[in-house]
Write a protein that binds this ligand. Structure first.
Ligand code: GRF
Length: 202
């Protein structure tokens, strides 16, 4: 299967995918990363792709007249690589109608909290501020809400008394990377169907 991965930052989730695919081999893993896209230039996630010899593209909101045009351009850039699955791995933009029309049902996101708790851009900070004693990460399909799509898998992380946002986020990301690698591989190898809010991996 062909994966396009979207990033906005450090790209450690992308790296985990690249490492897992390199270790297992494309056939055994069931998928390969054919392109990496970002909504900004000069991020470490793009550099990781370049080091791995994977084509990259950048699609910046400010280069387009409005959000819909950006969304259509992003969809077009992704479609050019003919992906079976698109993975948002720390991609910090909400996609629009056009993107979802083309990739809905095969667009996977990873979020650093146990949805439906703490959606949005500050899932780690919000869980900490709320006083939650457990949090974690959620791999889910993207729908037209913010972090509201059908859940595929979740991982739990305990909050420690001494945690600040960055310490907690680092522990979440260790779980998140393993979960994402496992989930994407299973989706790619086994196939799946989405029944309402339930994701059934065959
Ligand atoms: C992840 O925790 C992701 O869930 C969040 O941002 C982080 C991205 O990390 N939205 P990286 O860029 O994969 O290192």
């Amino acid at each position: 299967k062909r994966l396009v991965v979207l990033v906005s930052g450090s790209g450690t989730n992308l790296q985990a995918l690249l490492d897992a695919i390199a270790d297992a081999g494309v056939d055994a893993y069931g998928a390969e990363v054919v392109a990496v896209g970002a909504d900004r230039g000069a991020v470490e996630g793009l550099a990781r792709a370049e080091r791995a010899g994977i084509p990259t593209f950048v699609c910046r909101v400010k280069d387009f007249a409005d959000r819909d045009e950006w969304d259509a351009a992003l969809a077009e850039a992704v479609a050019a690589h003919e992906p079976d699955l698109v993975v948002s791995a720390g991609f910090m933009k909400i996609v629009g109608k056009e993107f979802l029309a083309r990739f809905g049902g095969r667009f996977v996101n990873t979020h650093p909290a146990l949805l439906p708790s703490f959606p949005g851009a500050h899932g780690v900070r919000d869980a900490l501020a709320y006083g939650a004693r457990v949090t974690g990460c959620t791999v889910h399909f993207v729908d037209d809400g913010v972090d509201t799509g059908p859940i595929i898998a979740q991982g739990v992380v305990e909050v420690r008394d001494e945690d600040d946002e960055s310490a907690l986020h680092e522990r979440i990301k260790e779980v998140e990377r393993r979960l994402l690698v496992e989930v994407v591989g299973r989706l790619a190898r086994n196939g799946y169907r989405i029944e309402g809010r339930k994701v059934v991996i065959q």
